[in-house]
Write a protein that binds this ligand. Structure first.
Ligand SMILES: C[S@@+](CC[C@H](N)C(=O)[O-])C[C@H]1O[C@@H](n2cnc3c(N)ncnc32)[C@H](O)[C@@H]1O
Length: 270
């Protein structure tokens, strides 16, 4: 899709006229009209404001898909569920430690096709779930509908999405290795700050091991963590579970192993 087509689609979805969009950006409506027919393109300095007004990102406007996004979108293309529909064990930790005696607010970060988010919603939690892959989110919505439950699925990138409202439980499985090392502390601080007292974080992360092949390397924007690193960010929380697990994987058709640090931590009541 061209940039002009994207602008038109997003503008119309917001019920905005060309004139209204032009006013918000302090440009003429003829300029907007030219962008939309691809007769000209918005200036680079305008792109951030344009993306913001249209409720999207500059990447989406210019049609850029990161290799990670392309990879997951491809995996989620079929009607089958790439990760299956069985919930992760972390969901059972959540059920055990915070049974849904009230509708606890949960955020699933990097929810994929939504199996964990839907499982928790079916069990009475009030669940929101984010991912960068729109087709994964759409499959999550379908799964939720099939299970007669509701999850608020929305597109967001953990690298630049910051919480502004509080949750009781944060779940993330198989995602934190997409966080660059230089922003890990800031991201975890934000997640911790926007968790209610007594709330839980149920997380896992791939860690490097010297005996595992290609361990520790940066693999196409995947950044393994150091063993134990995740736990250090939670030194001031109560640990319910700290594990390190080695497991077999066959993704890409080549048998190999991964190591994961797994943690369930509780924010202490002040
Ligand atoms: C290994 S899958 C795990 C999916 C799900 N948590 C599960 O266990 O079934 C990793 C997911 O992280 C998502 N992802 C990758 N980078 C992301 C980012 N920067 N922000 C949000 N999600 C991201 C991918 O689209 C993918 O769905």
């Amino acid at each position: 899709m061209s940039i002009g087509e994207t602008i038109t689609r997003k503008r119309k979805a917001l019920g905005m006229t060309q004139k209204e969009l032009a006013e918000k950006l302090s440009v003429s409506f003829q300029a907007v009209s030219k962008w939309e027919t691809d007769a000209s393109h918005p200036d680079v300095e305008l792109l951030t404001a344009l993306a913001e007004v249209l409720g999207t990102t500059v990447d989406a406007l210019v049609g850029y898909r990161s290799p990670i996004l392309a990879d997951y979108e491809e995996r989620y293309q079929t009607s089958e569920y790439y990760w299956g529909i069985e919930p992760n064990r972390l969901c059972y930790d959540i059920l055990r430690l915070r049974p849904p005696v009230k509708p606890y607010k949960v955020l699933d970060i990097g929810c994929g096709e939504g199996k964990d988010a839907v499982f928790l919603a079916r069990n009475g939690y009030r669940v929101s779930a984010i991912d960068i892959a729109e087709n994964g989110l759409e499959k999550g919505r379908i799964l939720a509908e099939r299970c007669s439950t509701r999850v608020d699925f929305f597109k967001a990138d953990i690298s630049d999405y910051r919480l502004t409202e509080k949750y009781d439980i944060i779940l993330s499985s198989g995602v934190f290795h997409f966080l660059r090392p230089d922003i890990r502390e800031e991201v975890t601080d934000n997640l911790k700050k926007y968790t209610n007292d007594g709330g839980l974080h149920a997380l896992n992360v791939f860690v490097s091991k010297p005996y595992l092949k290609r361990s520790g390397e940066k693999k196409g924007n995947r950044y393994e963590w150091k063993s134990g690193e995740l736990f250090t960010y939670y030194h001031d929380w109560h640990m319910h579970r700290i594990d390190e697990e080695l497991f077999d994987c066959n993704s890409g058709g080549i048998p190999h192993q991964h190591c994961m640090d797994i943690m369930v931590a509780e924010k202490k009541v002040k």
